[in-house]
Design a protein around this ligand. Structure first.
Ligand code: PRX
Length: 661
């Protein structure tokens, strides 16, 4: 852990935007008094608070009698003797209500083709696919890996797994076959659900061939079937007996399928995310607790109402797509947009045009998208949001990384037209749902701040000893009490779970891995990661993962990876590399750098490609051989190193690396 005092806190933002009166008047949590009442309720009797919400918000097959079991902390259990089915809570519960015939999904493909499904139609598709899975022998406890494009089928696949109690593990379609392989083996998948190809920005990207490659790497012996959804119809190499088309799975299947009641703690999914070692962590979530958090986040943070049209632009490969596409909005009975493409195709007005076309009222995206669209609107003025009718919007959201006040202001003025509150939501794969966020009917907004704790979340900023720091001081962001939608374990690695999230010196608090501070008004300001994890375009990237990929290349003997602030992607990956031969220069250096960048894309995925690679004959190390990444950060930023470097084994190397660009 780096020290709390090293967390810089430069706060120059003083603007405050009051809660619009008309928004507050209609909000589900309206005004500070209502927020405070919830906070007090949780303070007074924490478990009673969550028990009441769990009974009110979820449909139980068997009600629970025990709310929190902390006897094996930090392996907490919530509602542990209760049973329910998550898919039933997202679909069946709407049957026989007016929501049954309401549009659930408005799917817009990369080429602009729109498909709409009502809740009833979605329910039937999920049932048919679930019946198909049952016919193939899949049942509760099995693990299915899902490697799919954004599509109706991706949502159907996840929901069908949930319906049967099959634990899913979605792998982002941009990950390589190597990454896919690592996850399939770790989770012990017996089923892989994929598509022939995906479409992005007018291009086709193969998916099924990556699955074939992953399986060919060996160790996936548990995999019995690969189900392939024909997205583009591209010809495929076929493994008879193992591969099966999506249509063949659902063909002739009944349109009803009884949901399988599972224990509240049954793992709904495992989602891999980066940590500070080379191996991604399989974050294991529960069924009941997770769903409760997802639903509350939709209802409270997004103030969702029956006539809203919700659009979360995330991919289902990330936690945001799980919570704010597949589970939360469906459980809340919302109409939502699901999008296959990219924000800049066919032009940088795509998001604004889609908001106009589908009358989106709640829009949730990432700062990196906002920053790139700000730039695009300058370069191609015809794509500026002012050319679109965005009057349907009433609320905006941001997620994934700190939003800088400039990007916030642009979003507020140009997209929200100074009418729409912005909820800057801080949370993580591990938290399952929102942890710190403004509530739009409660919180006056400060650009760049995530506001206050979500009602029921006990968030604090502490020093190395777990003591709360005073306002205005930086420290570690922790969550002091367990919460229903928290991570349950790291799949197959309980030791790492305890070590990563509940270090002994922090009194059993959950350590988020972010540095933060609170201002005098109590607003939280998240400063970024305190571990070796980068945030590139809102995606978590372990520096060790990229380093392991680089050293796996035959030319590389050593590599150190650090982050550098980037105006568009938030952070950019910079790699310092030592080759087995001489330090290359000129065209040779360029050629090898390109080769290594492509290598990383192949090993992990294009999102992990270093933006810059510098070669040196060594890396800065202490006399005991530890690489001084802190110094490399200065070098990557082009900053002067002011601190004493005499403890280094080889101080001259810093100069070489500074020049080596
Ligand atoms: O550093 C924080 C940053 O993203 C990390 C979590 O990444 P991931 O698990 O991939 O989930 C992203 C989507 C929830 C956090 O540790 N982060 C996320 N949201 C914010 C943020 N940093 C600042 N402000 C946010 N709103």
């Amino acid at each position: 852990m780096s020290t709390a005092s090293s967390i810089e806190s430069v706060l120059t933002e003083h603007r405050v935007f009051p809660v619009p009166e008309d928004f507050q008047a209609q909000a589900s949590i309206a005004g500070l008094a209502q927020y405070q009442a919830l906070v007090n309720e949780a303070d007074t009797d924490y478990t009673a608070y969550w028990a009441k919400l769990a009974r009110e918000k979820l449909q139980w097959t068997t009600g629970f009698t025990q709310t929190l079991d902390d006897t094996k902390a930090p392996f907490y259990k919530w509602f542990a003797d209760g049973e329910l089915n998550v898919s039933e809570n997202c679909l069946d519960k709407h049957l026989g209500t007016p929501t049954e015939h309401k549009t659930a999904l408005i799917f817009e493909a990369d080429d602009g083709v729109v498909t709409k499904l009502s809740f009833r139609q979605l329910y039937h598709q999920v049932c048919q696919f679930a019946n198909g899975l049952t016919a193939l022998g899949y049942k509760v406890g099995d693990r299915a890996l899902i490697y799919m494009p954004m599509s109706v089928q991706a949502v159907v696949a996840m929901q069908a797994c949930a319906r049967l109690g099959v634990t899913h593990s979605v792998v982002f379609g941009g990950f390589s076959s190597k990454s896919l392989h690592e996850r399939a083996v770790d989770v012990g998948a017996s089923l892989i659900i994929t598509a022939d190809e995906q479409r992005r920005g007018g291009r086709s990207i193969a998916l099924k061939p990556a699955v074939d490659e992953a399986i060919a790497l060996g160790g996936c012996d548990a995999v019995r079937h690969v189900i392939v959804y024909a997205r583009t119809g591209a010809e495929q190499a076929w493994h008879d007996g193992r591969d099966i088309w999506w249509d063949a799975v659902v063909d002739g299947q009944a349109m009803e399928c009884a949901p399988v009641a599972v224990n509240a703690e049954h793992p709904l999914f495992v989602l891999y995310t980066s940590g500070s070692t080379g191996k991604p962590k399989g974050v294991q979530h529960s069924s009941a607790g997770y769903l409760l958090g997802a639903l509350l986040s939709v209802q409270w943070t997004f103030d969702a109402k029956d006539d809203d049209v919700f659009w979360c632009t995330a991919d289902i490969g990330w936690i945001t797509g799980h919570t704010f596409i597949t589970y939360g909005p469906l459980a809340a009975g919302l109409t939502q947009v699901v999008f296959e493409g990219v924000p800049t195709y066919p032009n940088a007005g795509r998001f604004w045009e889609m908001i106009q076309r589908h009358q989106v009222s709640i829009f949730y995206t990432a700062p990196t998208a906002i920053r790139s669209l700000t730039k695009a609107a300058e370069n191609t003025p015809e794509c500026h949001p002012r050319h679109y009718n965005l009057s349907s919007l009433r609320l905006l959201g941001s997620v994934g990384e700190p939003i800088n006040p400039e990007a916030w202001m642009w979003y507020y003025e140009n997209v929200g037209l100074e009418r729409c509150p912005i909820v800057d939501t801080w949370w993580q794969t591990e938290t399952g749902g929102h942890v710190i966020t403004p509530l739009p009917g409660v919180t006056p907004l400060k650009p760049g701040s995530c506001g206050f704790a979500f009602p029921g979340m006990d968030v604090a900023i502490v020093d190395e000893a777990g003591e709360e720091v005073e306002r205005g001081k930086g420290g570690f962001l922790v969550i002091r009490k367990p919460w229903p939608n928290m991570i349950r374990n790291i799949w197959g690695d309980p030791e790492r779970f305890v070590k990563s999230y509940f270090p002994a010196e922090l009194n059993g608090y959950y350590l988020a891995g972010d540095g933060a501070q609170r201002d005098q008004d109590g607003y939280f300001w998240v400063m970024g990661r305190i571990d070796d994890v980068l945030n590139v375009s809102g995606h978590r990237m372990g520096t060790m993962e990229v380093e392991s990929a680089l050293v796996a290349h035959e030319l590389v003997t050593e590599a150190a990876v650090v982050g550098r602030p980037d105006a568009t992607t938030g952070e950019a990956v910079v790699a310092f590399v030592v080759l087995s031969g001489d330090v290359p220069a000129g065209d040779e250096a360029k050629r090898i750098a390109t080769e290594l960048r492509n290598w990383v894309a192949k090993e992990i995925g294009p999102i992990a490609k270093p933006k810059e690679i510098r070669f040196g004959e060594n890396l800065p190390k202490t006399r005991s051989g530890k690489i001084m990444r802190r110094l490399l950060r200065f070098v990557a930023n082009g900053e002067a190193i002011t601190q004493d470097v005499s403890t280094l084994e080889n101080p001259a190397i810093l100069e070489q690396l500074s020049d080596a660009y």
